[in-house]
Design a protein. Sequence first.
Length: 87
Amino acid sequence: MAAAATTILPLELVDRCIGSKIWVVMKNEREFTGTLRGFDDYVNMVLSDVKEYEVTSNGVTSTDLGETLLNGNNIAMLVPGGKGPEA
């Protein structure tokens, strides 16, 4: 008998990441890493211990931020456990 396939919905996967490190790639030239504290149905996210990365022609610059709210409309990709572009 074959094992049953498990279906995980996108918001369920994001929900499993609460309290964990996450790497967020935005639609513009910015990326963020931090600990996911919460999100809503629009995938607006609250992160703590945030580091912002900006890709420029001179390379990648980083800025330490405290707690940040990211607009879900501008998120292109989420990487659970991701360490960011410097890893």
